[in-house]
Design a protein. Structure first.
Length: 230
């Protein structure tokens, strides 16, 4: 399956998502910093599963209806940073969708995630990631799971990899940096964490009007990948 994750930078890059969906023949699209009050129900052959509601600039998940059926979509609050308490930019930082893959007759969980900003400590973001994975597990215990988004974690990736590995997830970086706006904050901000899936590739796509570049994740069900190898 092909999945794009894109931080729209306060909705500025919304005009690019239809072309992204069509050019890459996407199965799923996960957005961050989208104006959820004006999101289209259909875009580039994809259907809106749901979007967060408690913060105007929030998260959304789109899926291809000729391949998937959406069973449920839930938004979750995560531990707040000082920035969140003072400015209240986001109440819900995780949006998960429980889907049936009609092509492979499998259920899976796909989620859009947006961690606390760089003003917070890495330890807080690691806690947000841990709790996010737990929430997705409760949505579908044991199901293949893919969580993509803006992790706001440009440095000390080895520690993050160890932390995520302890919960049974894999962390996959894109082939090049996803954020280059500021000299001292360049790096891989947009990531993929997964369970029960083999991530074949994560490609950083060309920069548009956002300060983040979209990432294209290509994933295979783990059992399917093992069967091909055998």
């Amino acid at each position: 399956m092909k999945v794009v994750s894109y931080n729209l930078r306060k909705h500025r890059a919304i005009g690019e998502i239809s072309a992204l969906a069509e050019e890459h023949d996407l199965d799923l699209l996960c957005l961050q910093e989208a104006d959820t009050t004006v999101l289209p129900a259909e875009v580039g052959g994809l259907h809106l599963a749901d979007a967060t509601r408690r913060n105007r600039l929030g998260l959304a998940v789109y899926y291809r209806r000729d391949r998937f059926t959406a069973l449920d979509t839930k938004a979750f609050e995560l531990k707040k940073s000082l920035h969140d308490h003072l400015l209240k930019p986001a109440h819900e930082r995780l949006l998960g969708s429980h889907l049936i893959d009609l092509k492979h007759e499998r259920e899976l969980i796909v989620a859009s995630f947006h961690a606390a900003p760089l003003t917070a400590l890495n330890s807080l973001r690691r806690e947000q990631i841990r709790v996010a994975h737990e929430q997705l597990h409760e949505m579908g215990p044991g199901l293949p799971t893919l969580m993509v988004g803006d992790y706001n974690y440009p440095v000390f990736k080895n520690q993050l990899t160890r932390h995520i590995g302890q919960s049974g997830y894999d962390l996959t970086l894109s082939d090049t940096r996803t954020y280059t706006r500021y000299k001292f904050f360049r790096g891989h901000f947009d990531l993929a964490t997964s369970m029960g899936l083999d991530i074949d590739s994560v490609e950083t796509l060309p920069r548009g009007t956002s300060d983040h570049m979209p990432i294209l994740v290509t994933a295979t069900y783990r059992e399917q990948a093992q069967a091909k190898t055998a």
